[in-house]
Design a protein around this ligand. Structure first.
Ligand code: AR6
Length: 179
């Protein structure tokens, strides 16, 4: 499913983000950039050990929640990996929506600065970090839409959803947004 926003597009697909042929792949990392399971584990396995060496060298202090830092793409088809740190869900009243939106926005800014034509996002925070999928879909799609409405560039933004439940939640929100 896809939607046009200003000069850009938002695309939803179900699949494995490590296979994406885009300029930038976004990782759902932790603030120590220490690696882990989920999409973080899959991206580091596919990209190779040079990426962990790069994050340790370039970002020894890690990355705050709600932000993101760039590395090269290693063995991925992508040129860059943006390691984004989403919030841990604590009920929704501790700034989680703003932190999630800010993580997405920072990645889009990194993509714009690097003249990326395409970027692929996972559903940040919806695994180990416990963000409810329907709320994550609403908050992340709104953040991306708002960024694209504010910027003139042309960007292909892909949400790569791992399973049918995630794909369903994101498509319901996107349909409502464009309908
Ligand atoms: N492609 C696309 N999406 C994926 C893939 C994949 N290959 N694998 C998992 N997902 P999570 P978080 C989905 O837990 O909640 C790590 O240990 C998954 O189904 O990876 O932000 C980090 O090191 C879910 O919908 O990230 C952090 O410590 C989504 O990706 C912590 O987990 C995010 O799930 C971050 O937690």
């Amino acid at each position: 499913m896809q939607a046009q926003v200003h000069n850009s597009t938002i695309e939803l697909v179900q699949g494995d983000i490590t296979k994406e042929e885009v300029d930038a792949v976004v990782n759902a990392a932790n603030s120590r950039l220490a690696g882990g399971g989920g999409v973080d584990g899959a991206i580091h396995r596919a990209a190779g050990p040079s990426i962990m060496e790069e994050t340790r060298r370039e970002f020894p202090d890690g990355c705050p929640t709600g932000s993101a830092v760039p590395t090269s793409g290693g063995n991925l088809p992508a040129k860059y990996i943006f390691h984004a740190v989403g919030p841990v869900w604590r009920g929704g009243m501790k700034g989680e929506p703003d932190q999630l939106a800010s993580a997405y926005r920072t990645c889009l800014q990194l993509a714009t600065e690097r003249n990326c034509a395409s970027i692929a996002f996972p559903a940040i925070s919806t695994g180990v970090y416990g963000y409810p999928m329907d709320l994550a879909a609403a908050h992340s799609l709104a953040a991306v839409r708002d960024y694209l409405l504010d910027h003139d560039g042309t960007l292909r933004v892909r949400f790569v959803l791992f399973d049918a439940g995630a794909y369903g939640a994101y498509s319901r929100v996107l349909e409502e947004m464009i309908g």
